[in-house]
Structure formats: C-alpha cells, structure tokens
Design a protein around this ligand. Structure first.
Ligand code: PMP
Length: 448
C-alpha cells in the first residue's frame, strides 16, 4: 500500500486503477488499457488531455515568470488580462475578481468577503448563508459547512456552527415531491419553505443564498421551471444576495456560457468559478463579486489599512496564462456551441435508455447528466446502499469508460466539451452493456 491518504475514498478499499497518460477524451492506465473519460476527470477537463496549445502556454509562462504574488497590489499582465476577460464574460455587471486555487477556497473567500462587506456597510449581524440540501460547495471547514451532504459532515463535526449556515430544500422533483404533487405545486411549496425560513431567522441576519444553478456532484439536479424566478423574487424582497456557485456549470457545460444563463437566473451578486476555468491544466479558481460589493470593500482600507485576505498562489501567473489560453480556445473554436449541440445529442441518446428496468430517472442539461438506478422502477424506490451504483460504475470501467456513482445510485456523465457525436454513441453503447450486466448482478443479489 502506498502512503497516500486518498481523498473522498473508502480508505479500506481504495481502487487500484493507476492512470498513466491522457490524450483527447481518452485516458490510459499503466497496463495500456484505454478509457473514454465520461467525467472529464472531476467535471473539469473540458478540452481533454494533451492539448498542445495549453501546454505551450504553460511552458512559455513557466520560462518567463514562474511565480509572482499579488500581495500589496503587486501584479502581472496575464493576471490583469484574465480578470478583464472573466469580468467581460460573466453575466454580472462590472464584476471584480479574486483569484484562488480551488473551488473550496474560492467559496471560503466569498464567505469572508460577505462578512467584510456587511461589516463595512454597518450590518455586522447580516452574516448567515442559506444553502440547499444535497448541494456541494467544497470540503474546507467553511465550504464543507455549506455543502449539504452527510458524508462531508459526519465525523468532522460539521457544519461549523459559528458560520450560521441555514439549510433549505433541494429542488429535486423526482425525489422531493409529495404524492400527487405537480411540479408547480412542488416549486410553490419549497420556495414557500424558503420564505418561511427567512422570516423565522430574520432577513436582517441573512447575507446570501448559495446555489449551484444545476446541482453537480450530489446528483445533477435540474430545478423545475419557475424555481429560480420565485427564489430571486423572494431574495429581492428580503434584501438577500444571490450567489451562484458555477464551479461545475461555468464555461459551456450546460448548453450556454454559464449555468445561470441556462437557468434564467438574473445577474448573480457573487459567482464562484474553478475547474473548466483552466480545463484542469492548472489549479486556479475565481471568486467574482458585483461592483457594488467591491466598492464597499474598498472603504475599510481607510480604517483598517488592508483587505487582510490572500493566498500565496493568488493569481499564480502560470495558472492565469493557462486559463487565458483556455478561454481563448473556448471562444476561437466555438466550444460552447459545439458542447450545446453535442450535449443535446447526448441527452437524447441517454433518453433512449429510459425503459431499462434499472433506470428511475434520466436528467441533465447540455453536457452534464445523471442516470438514477432504482430498486423499483414503478415506485422509484431508491436503493438503501451503494452496491448497485458501484457495480455499474465498475462495469463501465471494465468496458472502457469512466463514470462516477454519485448520490448513492446515480451514474454521472460529464465528458470533455470537445467530445463528438460518434464518441457519445460509444459512451451510450458501453453504458447499455454495463446496465445489462448490473441488472443481472442486482437480480442475483435480490436487490431488485
Ligand atoms: N463547488 C462546486 C459546485 C463543486 O462541484 C466543487 C467540486 N466538485 C467545489 C465547489 C469544490 O471545488 P474543489 O474541489 O476545487 O475545491
């Protein structure tokens, strides 16, 4: 056994898959076996592997300036260019950008910016954050407290009480609706719950509501029509900021530039970006805030001297150069349009499997999807364990495709945005075989 403590792993039985190299949408293990990367790594390798232009951009920046920090306002041109580019791309007005290293630390940065902001405008009691059940926002103490999954809380004594995280419903109709409840009734009920929570806690104590426009890691949940319209009206009524965590949904993943656009969300006040920002060639994240928030952050500099927050690697020049090149390729090669077109094809193809006896729900948007496996197709009864989902995931792997079992028994699909329609056919073909093998396994073990 190697001395690695593996992340997000059952430490008693870590996998023995050793990945050696990648090329395009494929990765290869140390025995030479080829896999279609159906998850773009961890929802991040949007331009696939071995992209020579990005490698060249990283090499050139490494040679020119391998490191420079941003403390005290010291800066460099690639950092300035990247911030300007991002500010012009996001559906926010004149956004300002703070760079970090991961989605988790970018969300922590936002929590601190919110506190700093409300302290600066004389509302120090307005610090609580509403987050949803079954959301994923990271694993640091603060971002894990926002995350709404027991696995990230249990045994870590989280959520951390002092953060004041409030929890509201996941907008998942298939799993959350009451018997005979229509989608509209479901939306009315859960948004009413949100409003009641705000009233009970006191709107003057609540800073923001954080959402993944489409929930990623905890199930690929696409909220029903009308949900965000109602949510945003409630937040506006009580003067609560809207925070879009676009770590997965940013950059063409959901059929548009950002998940907020796809879901009809109006101008977020805060946005978190990471993963596809650099197509995973370098760890870099961005916390974006509205100009209004930024202007209020500037004020305390008169009193306390500095905005006392920053990482050694904030604005790492190699990360900035890699991200800039990634964004250039997205635009030059119309990657988001390509992903929208092929994504629609992927959703249609997945839906052809809907009659499979193991499948309860197929859901997604653009180039992100999940197939939920159930113990009873008619009633939607969920498995009480992860055996079937894990078997299906391993079966896909044996057949040459990487997927992930998430939220218990859903298989996730989030291939690189550059995947083509014939490669989607290959993905579906493998999935079909894996589902049939899984059906035999589940029947034999009396799981269905
Ligand atoms: N937010 C969302 C929506 C995510 O999906 C993730 C990672 N899957 C994170 C935050 C945390 O990002 P990281 O793993 O880079 O810390």
């Amino acid at each position: 056994m190697s001395p690695i403590i593996y992340p997000t792993t059952n430490l008693k039985k870590p996998s023995d898959l050793v990945i050696e190299r990648g090329d395009g949408i494929y990765i290869f293990d140390n025995k030479g076996k080829k896999y279609l990367e159906g998850m773009a790594g961890l929802w991040c390798a949007s331009l696939g592997y071995n992209n020579q232009e990005i490698i060249d951009a990283a090499n050139a920046q490494m040679s020119k300036l391998s490191f420079s920090h941003m403390f005290g306002g010291k800066t460099h041109q690639v950092g300035i260019d990247l911030a300007e580019k991002l500010s012009s791309m996001v559906p926010m007005k004149n956004a300002k950008v703070f760079f970090g290293n991961s989605g988790s630390d970018a969300n922590d940065t936002h929590i601190k910016i919110l506190r700093y902001y409300f302290n600066a405008i004389g509302k120090p009691q307005k610090y609580k954050i509403i987050a949803r059940e079954r959301s994923y926002h990271g694993v640091t103490i603060a971002s894990a407290s926002l995350t709404g999954l027991p696995v990230n809380h249990t045994h870590f004594d989280l959520p951390f009480d002092a953060l004041g995280v409030l929890r509201t419903d996941a907008p998942h109709y298939y799993r959350g609706a009451q018997p005979q409840e229509s989608e509209t009734e479901f939306v009315n009920r859960i948004t009413n719950n949100l409003e009641q929570l705000i009233i009970k806690e006191g709107p003057e104590t609540i800073a923001a509501f954080i959402v993944e426009p489409i929930t990623g890691a905890s199930g690929v949940i696409v909220p029903p029509q009308g949900y965000y319209e109602k949510v945003q009206a409630i937040l506006a009524k009580y003067d609560i900021l809207f925070w879009a965590d676009e770590v997965i949904t940013g950059f063409g993943r959901t059929g548009n530039d950002f998940g907020s656009t796809t879901m009809g969300i109006k101008t977020p006040d805060l946005m978190t970006l990471a993963k596809q920002l650099s197509s995973a060639y370098f760890p870099i994240s961005a916390s974006l805030v509205s100009d209004d928030i930024y202007q209020a952050l500037v004020e305390p500099s008169n009193k306390v001297g500095v905005f006392g927050h920053g990482f050694t690697y904030t604005g790492h020049p190699v990360g900035c150069a890699v991200a800039l090149k990634t964004l250039e390729i997205y635009q030059r090669d119309n990657i988001f349009d390509h992903a929208a077109d092929v994504g629609e094809y992927m959703q249609t193809k997945l839906l052809t499997l809907k009659d499979h006896p193991l499948i309860g729900e197929i859901r997604g948007k653009g180039m992100i999807a999940a197939v939920e496996l159930v113990a009873d197709k008619k009633t939607g009864l969920a498995f009480s364990h992860g055996e079937v989902g894990n078997f299906a995931m391993k079966s896909c792997q044996q057949l040459g495709m990487i997927t992930r079992a998430i939220a218990g028994s859903s298989l996730a699909f989030c291939p690189p945005l550059i995947i083509t329609k014939p490669e989607i056919d290959e993905m579906i073909f493998i999935l079909q075989q894996a589902l049939d093998e899984t059906f035999i396994f589940a029947s034999k073990n009396k799981y269905i």
